[in-house]
Design a protein around this ligand. Structure first.
Ligand code: ADE
Length: 231
């Protein structure tokens, strides 16, 4: 196994850490962790809860229905981390945050240490957002039941960009959106599947023609599927 110096550390604070287990322990993320490219630490918010019940939530002021995560456990969990090392960002996953896109992923992939706080229930006490959170990220214009899936999306989209994380591709930067284009159509064997044929040019063995076809394909697919990227 290769040995790389750990270049990134991500601490994820969650009230439901079980939701993070599988996505962060398989495939490219698992291999990146094994290679030492990234350390991921899961912090269970309940460990910072109040009293013998380890309470982390309470009724919201103002009469709105729903539970809100209390400031004390959030404060203790975040400051426990920030007292040990410096962080580039203390991220909160929220539907009203800045929309995650490839540019933001590229920029986050250059960070050293990140905290990602997963929201839950109705949300977190606003004072923590005002005083401790440095960046709020949304993964789309819809509401999830918690921030854990969003945290996994953020981790996946940045870890795959770390140098050495994807060994079979020349560079993860050749994927969709990296050049503000949708990826070209891709195929594998068999060349003829139930009469559905792979485009002839891909079987030609002519790298120049293939590259040209792939670029045309990417442009045509971008115009059709994501014209906003060309604006
Ligand atoms: N939490 C709930 N919905 C979310 C979203 N769309 N993005 C990030 N975090 C969220």
């Amino acid at each position: 196994m290769h040995k790389f110096a750990a270049v990134m550390r991500i601490d994820i604070i969650s009230a439901v850490p079980e939701l993070l287990e599988s996505p962060l322990n398989h495939s490219i993320i698992r291999r990146a962790r094994e290679k030492g490219l990234v350390e991921i630490h899961i912090v269970n918010l309940h460990d910072y809860g109040k009293g013998s019940y380890k309470q982390i939530d309470d009724y919201g002021f103002g009469g709105d229905a729903g539970m809100v995560i209390k400031p004390e456990p959030l404060y203790r969990a975040i400051t426990d981390l920030t007292s040990q090392r410096e962080y580039d960002h203390v991220i909160y996953t929220s539907p009203d945050g800045e929309m995650l896109d490839q540019g933001m992923c590229n920029s986050l992939s250059t960070c050293g240490n990140l905290i990602i706080l997963c929201g839950h229930y109705k949300g977190i006490d606003h004072r923590i957002r005002e005083h401790l959170i440095t960046k709020e990220i949304s993964i789309g214009s819809y509401v999830l039941s918690g921030g854990e899936l969003a945290a996994c999306v953020i981790c996946d989209s940045i870890i795959r960009l770390l140098s050495g994380a994807i060994t079979c591709e020349p560079s993860p930067r050749s994927s969709s959106f990296q050049d503000e284009m949708v990826a070209t159509a891709i195929y594998t064997r068999p060349a003829d599947f139930m009469g559905w044929k792979v485009p002839e040019v891909l079987l030609s063995g002519n790298p120049k023609l293939i590259r040209q076809w792939q670029e045309e394909q990417a442009l045509e697919r971008t115009k059709r599927l994501r014209p906003d990227l060309l604006d």
